[in-house]
Structure formats: C-alpha cells, structure tokens
Design a protein. Structure first.
Length: 323
C-alpha cells in the first residue's frame, strides 16, 4: 500500500452522487456464501399476515438500506457476482426473492408477499425488477429492500449490489441537510455523494488540481495518482463531468481506508453558527471499529446555494492543495 500523506488523511474524512446509486446490502452470513432458493412453506413457513416490525428482514438473507434523502425510484436492479459455478448443471439459474407487502387504496397493509426473478446463471447476474415497479412505493416508505439472492446450482455468491436509479430531495434546512448527508455516506458511500457539494466548491477543487498538475505540485500529484490512477492525464481530468470528477476524487477514501462507507453507529448535530456568510455545523459521530466504538467531532462547512445549502471545502484542504 502507498504511503498516505497528511493531505490524504485530511481528505479521507471528507465526503460523492449521481442519478444512479449503488448500495451494498447487509448480508446475514457475510460473503462469499452459498444460498439455495428459499422454500416459503418449509418450517417456519412464511406468514402472510405477520406485520410486526422486522419480520420480512428476518426472512431475508440481505437488506439494502436506502438513504433518507431518496425521493423517487425509477428502476432497481440487483446484481449478483458468482464464482465456482457448477458448469455441469443443466440450465442453472440465478434468482432473487424479494420480501414485501401489498396495500389497499388507503395504504394499509393487507398481506405479505414476495417477488421472484430468475435468469440464466452467469458470473455476473443482474435482476432488474421492471415488471414490479409497484413495490417502489414500499421501498421509499420503508427506506429498505429485503431480499434473498440465490442460485439453483452450486455457485458461491461473491458480491451483491443493489443499483437504484432515482432522485434525491435535499432539505433546505441546514441541520436536516447535514443529517441527510451523514445518513447517505453511511448507507451509500462517500464516492457517490457529489450531489451534496456546492458546485462552486467542486469547480474550485478541480481548478486547484488542474493548476497543481500544471505546476508539478507534489501534493496534487500524489492525490491524483491515488484517486485517478497513476499517470492520469491532466487533459482527461479537465473534460470530466463535475460530479463524476468529484465522485472519483472522493473514492480516495476507499483506496486509503478500504471502504467508502462511513462506519457510523450514530450521529447528531450538536452546534451551529454562522460566520462570513457560511454555516458551520458541528456533528458528534460514533464510529464502529469492530467491537470498539469511538466518539469523534467534525465541523461541516455549508455554503448558500439559492434557497439551499451545500457542502463547501475546508480552508485546510484548499491550503494544502495550493502549497
């Protein structure tokens, strides 16, 4: 692993998004795993009228937690990566069983139900639930998708991604906005959170990096090599879409720490003040490291964007990049 400079250590605590979000679900038995098609009638049989909290999640092998800022869903696909596939099996299939419920005209639950999708088994099998879009309202209300990925033949499940196409609705209230941001990086990740950043901040960062590359700034060269890949061309970065640039830049956290997800067990806003036209919001966050929980404090800087607020870059980061 490359040596991490002090500049990188500052950046990995920063926070990126587009219209497509990839959510890594929580799995009961970890990965890799081997899962057969669930039998709903095998004891304990599936209860169509158990509406108790957590019942459907208990039946499922995986749960994708959706960000509270998610306001609409246009499409959902579940992508399962397999290995060690039994090539001798006849007509092997990849499947997903989604646990959900039906509602009446008043929105009251009437019964639990499931959605099944099967396709020919491949190393990467993608299940797009286009014919069951009615379930999107349930997922938006519950902010979670409970499901079981499986195969009809022997095959190890190496990875599962839930790909959500939809829109975020970011709050005009600065405290609620910061809460949406921390919820997002906990469930989706830093490298998909660019929508939370002020466009001026993204363009300023891009300008600083472009200038640093032109001037041979070693700090900038180190960051670019880590985030964009060794030998990334200045011209390629220059033509990148602003949000794509920011998301790629923020992927530095995964490279430095092994994950783009903030391992937060809880977070809360404890202080807010205005200074020179910006808002400074202090957040107390509890981070989970195995069995150990540590309490840390982070100050988020917000810049006005019309009637909204967006994340701004800290002065320390800009100063170090400009060195």
């Amino acid at each position: 692993m490359k040596n991490i400079t002090p500049l990188v250590m500052l950046l990995i605590s920063a926070s990126a998004a587009s219209e497509t979000y990839i959510v890594s679900p929580n799995t009961k038995h970890g990965l890799p795993t081997l899962t057969e098609e669930p039998n709903l009638y095998q004891a304990p049989s599936f209860d169509f009228f158990d509406f108790s909290e957590g019942y459907l999640a208990q039946r499922a092998e995986a749960s994708a937690l959706l960000p509270i800022a998610l306001n609409s869903i246009d499409r959902v696909c579940i992508s399962t990566t397999f290995s060690e596939i039994d090539r001798e099996a006849r007509y092997p299939q990849s499947g997903v069983l989604v646990y959900t419920y039906a509602t009446n005209a008043q929105g009251k639950k009437t019964h639990n139900t499931t959605i099944v999708d099967r396709i020919p088994l491949a190393e990467v099998s993608q299940h797009c639930l286009d014919e069951s879009s009615w379930v999107y309202d349930n997922w938006l209300a519950d902010k979670r998708i409970d499901f079981t990925p499986y195969s009809s033949a022997f095959a190890l499940i190496e990875n599962v991604d839930v790909v959500v196409e939809g829109d975020l609705s970011l709050s005009q209230d600065p405290v609620e906005f910061v809460e949406q941001y921390f919820d997002f990086i906990t469930k989706v990740g830093f490298n998909q959170s660019a929508s939370f950043y002020h466009m001026d901040a993204i363009r300023e960062l891009k300008s600083i990096i472009m200038e640093g590359l032109q001037n041979g700034n070693q700090n900038v060269l180190d960051i670019v090599n880590i985030a964009f890949g060794t030998g990334a061309a200045r011209e390629d970065i220059a033509v990148m879409d602003d949000k794509v640039f920011m998301n790629t830049f923020l992927n530095i956290r995964k490279i430095a720490q092994g994950s783009n997800i903030a391992r937060l067990s809880s977070f809360s806003v404890i202080n807010e003040f205005d200074y020179q036209g910006q808002k400074y919001i202090t957040v107390e966050k509890k981070e989970q490291f195995g069995d150990r929980v540590t309490t840390q404090y982070e100050t988020i800087i917000l810049k006005s964007d019309g009637d909204y607020w967006r994340l701004n870059l800290s002065g320390n980061i800009k100063a170090l990049l400009a060195m």
